[in-house]
Design a protein around this ligand. Structure first.
Ligand SMILES: *Cc1c(COP(=O)(O)O)cnc(C)c1O
Ligand SMILES: [Zn+2]
Length: 421
């Protein structure tokens, strides 16, 4: 196995888990809710030690994967997986910017994250490394598709048994894209929220390491690496705005935490970005709560083509509301037609085929421009593109342009060409 190039003697900086709500400390076990107040637990680090190790030069000398920030990730030993995960492209998107009426737009392209083509390769690299440290031999997840793909792929390489739970009616490529790695794929007749409830019981009863259930405190931290990379790829600067899709509410609050940590460690100066949440109109509990001024989202029953972000009862929805409001940001929801148009726009302008979650980000960015919240001269805007369109081709099977089908003769082609031009 390729050993990551970590300087010897760096050691772990992980200290304890702490409750996000009441601050009480907890041991570094597979638990995710505070016994005192049920608040979410999150890792706490020795920041002085992390800061001493994580200079810009030290980071620059490390391999181009998500472990280059390992002192801010919740493991105690060596990374076990994820050596090709992270460090996805940050692309300056001038043609997209022109179409949106903006002047400085970047796409953070996790549609080509490896090995399973979504942002979930970040959280799974961290969660499964921690799962091995905690002694789990069976791992799994409750998933809307991409997480199951990633858990199955990483577990195969690690030789761990995997059991992944998904709603039964997911896109075909999302189901096959798990099954090919040989896990037990448990397809539940119900919504993601039904799957998630079942998995909480399974984790308790069988003692398995379910990455977004009992390992959630560790899993969520992997999402910070998307923020670390954006800042490093911008030359150790913060963008002015970030637009990010929201499902269970893991990614957006952890990116906020990542930006904050970079500021506190002195790696980046200036104000952290204004954060905007993007949801599908057919499943927008967080955006609904944002617009209504609520602290907690009201659960909804999802109905949208954006299956990967169709979570009606988001575990960390209140954290999204917290960080969006604290940053002075906003959020909006896009209809299925607007999502398809967003997918097409990104493909036609930048050559990136994203899934409906990415189309949602593009569509909501357009709305934020219409509302005057994003404008030219307002500083760099980063769009979080989190998944790959080849997994969800059926979402645009009707709306993508038609194919010209001809016979084999040159004459037929010539006739087509004459009437087409
Ligand atoms: C999981 C996922 C997200 C975000 O989900 P969170 O639970 O909010 O972190 C966004 N896009 C895609 C494609 C995903 O698979
Ligand atoms: Zn608590």
């Amino acid at each position: 196995m390729t050993a990551p190039d970590i300087p010897p003697g760096t050691g772990t900086t992980l200290v304890e888990l702490r409750c996000h709500a009441c601050g009480s400390p907890h041991p570094l076990t597979a638990s995710y809710a505070c016994p005192a107040c049920f608040g979410p637990l999150e890792p706490h680090y020795d920041y002085a030690k992390a800061g001493a190790a994580l200079t810009r030069d030290a980071i620059a000398a490390r391999p181009l994967n998500l472990w280059r920030y390992r002192e801010l990730l919740p493991i105690t030993g060596a990374p076990q997986t994820g050596f090709v995960s992270g460090w996805t492209p940050l692309i300056r998107a001038d043609r997209l910017a022109a179409r949106l009426g903006l002047d400085e737009v970047y796409v953070k392209d996790d549609s080509v994250n490896r090995p399973s083509l979504s942002y979930k390769d970040r959280v799974v690299s961290v969660a499964l490394t921690r799962a091995i440290e905690l002694g789990f031999t069976t791992v799994g997840c409750a998933s809307t598709g991409n997480l199951a793909n990633s858990v199955a792929a990483h577990a195969a390489r690690l030789g761990l048994r995997a059991v992944v739970f998904i709603p039964a009616d997911l896109e075909a490529a999302k189901i096959i894209g798990s099954a090919i790695y040989g896990p037990d794929v448990i397809a539940i007749r119900g919504t993601y929220d039904d799957v998630n409830r079942l998995c909480a019981e399974v984790a308790d009863r069988y003692g398995w390491g379910l990455v977004n259930v009992n390992l959630r405190a560790y899993y969520a931290e992997g999402a910070k690496t998307m923020a670390f990379e954006i800042a490093e790829q911008l030359g150790w600067r913060f963008p002015r705005h970030l637009v990010c899709p929201v499902a269970g509410g893991t990614l957006l609050p952890r990116m906020a935490r990542g930006f904050r940590e970079l500021g506190e460690l002195g790696l980046v100066a200036g104000d952290p970005p204004v954060l905007h949440a993007a949801q599908a109109a057919g499943c927008a509990p967080v955006v609904g709560a944002l617009h209504a001024g609520l602290d907690f989202p009201d659960p909804v029953r999802p109905h949208t083509i954006a299956r990967s972000i169709a979570i009606g009862n988001p575990a960390d929805g209140f954290q999204v509301l917290e960080v969006v409001r604290a940053s002075g940001g906003w959020g909006d929801a896009a209809t299925d037609d607007e999502i398809r148009a967003g997918m097409a726009l990104l493909a036609e302008t930048e050559g990136i085929f994203t899934e409906p979650a990415g189309g949602t980000t593009v569509a909501v960015t357009r709305k934020l421009v219409e509302q005057g919240r994003l404008r030219p001269g307002g500083g760099p805007v980063v769009l979080a593109i989190t998944g790959n369109g080849y997994k969800t081709a059926e979402a645009v099977a009707e709306s993508a342009g038609p194919t010209v089908t001809l016979g084999r003769s040159f004459r037929e082609f010539e006739q087509w060409h004459e009437q087409a031009t």
